[in-house]
Design a protein around this ligand. Structure first.
Ligand code: C2E
Ligand code: MG
Ligand code: MG
Ligand code: MG
Length: 284
């Protein structure tokens, strides 16, 4: 009968759901411990380059969790968990402090002198004292705000829980932070916000660059975004550039910067220092 079928169905699936729930709870507790004890979380840096000559223009700081028994856990696997369980403000503050401390170290001891960009979660805008956290880190490590870029996704900009973030963004930008819209093109937003919000840069999502130049739909979208950004005087950085054909299409259509495996993969600070030693200086 339907009832028996239902019971069987329950019996079959309930245990695995419980395991999943337990696993998630364990992950939350392990992440809480990792934040408190230190040593498991680290930032990797993904370099950004001028397309035409490869000149270093910036770096994105990407969170990594070296779990003691599970090895490296991807941010897409633990950031949503942190967000759901109230850990994102603390985690986000850790990222800011770590990135700024690294910049301070590079400024003092030599290293790449370009902006490091951090990802900002909507929950940092809602729960955290983001502005004062940033200011405290910059002051402590004697780092100018120009060297700390802030990436916010389109969804953050439109999340009503964050309130009207335009005055807060404006204040951060007036302080000197460059501001980028991350994963540009994947939201379902009206383009009108581009005129309204104080931003410097669009990060074109990998979804659109992946199949360039052969996918004609993507090619049209990318060309249109680049033309629009030129009109609005916004910089565009293309994510996910992996090969020369993508690079050539982007250059031909007026894109100036990229971040992708063609140039590098995200790597620890020590590897960055080895590639861009003390004498290396570039602008951007
Ligand atoms: P994102 O901010 O869009 O970061 C870019 C992601 O694309 C990175 O993945 C990077 O490794 C990957 N990527 C860049 N170029 C290429 C390429 O050419 N090919 C391929 N296949 N991938 C490429 P990652 O490090 O796994 O980060 C995933 C996402 O996790 C990030 O997407 C971001 O949304 C989130 N995330 C990472 N660190 C943080 C953080 O500190 N705070 C917050 N709130 N989110 C973070
Ligand atoms: Mg990002
Ligand atoms: Mg992105
Ligand atoms: Mg992305």
């Amino acid at each position: 009968s339907a009832k028996r079928h239902g019971r069987n169905h329950d019996r079959r699936f309930r245990p695995s759901l419980e395991v999943k729930g337990d696993r998630q709870l364990a992950l939350v507790n392990e992440l809480r411990r990792a934040l408190a004890q230190g040593g498991q979380l680290e930032l990797h840096y993904h370099t950004q380059h001028q397309l035409k000559d490869g000149l270093l223009t910036g770096m994105e700081a990407l969170l990594r969790w070296r779990h003691p028994s599970q090895g490296m856990i991807a941010p897409s696997d633990f950031i949503p968990v942190a967000e759901r369980h109230g850990l994102m403000a603390v985690l986000g503050s850790w990222v800011i402090e770590q990135a700024v401390a690294q910049q301070g170290h590079w400024l003092t001891n030599g290293g790449p002198r370009v902006s490091v960009w951090v990802n900002i979660s909507v929950l940092q805008l809602i729960q955290g004292d983001l502005e004062s956290r940033i200011a405290a880190s910059l002051a402590q490590h004697n780092v100018p705000p120009q060297l700390l870029g802030l990436e916010l996704t389109e969804s953050v900009l439109l999340d009503e829980r964050a309130g009207d973030i335009s005055p807060r963004l404006k204040a951060l930008r007036d302080n000197g932070h460059p501001i980028a819209i991350d994963d540009f093109g994947t939201g379902y937003s009206s383009l009108a916000y581009l005129k309204r919000l104080p931003v410097d840069k669009l990060k074109l999502d990998r979804m659109f660059t992946r199949a360039l130049p052969r996918d004609r739909g993507d090619a049209s979208i990318v060309a249109a975004v680049l033309a629009m950004a030129r009109g609005l005087k916004l910089e565009v950085i293309a994510e996910g550039v992996e090969n020369a054909a993508q690079r050539d299409f982007l250059i031909e259509n007026g894109c100036q910067q990229c971040q992708g495996f063609l140039f590098s993969s995200p790597e620890p600070a020590a590897a960055i220092e080895a590639r861009y030693p003390a004498t290396s200086r570039s602008t951007g």
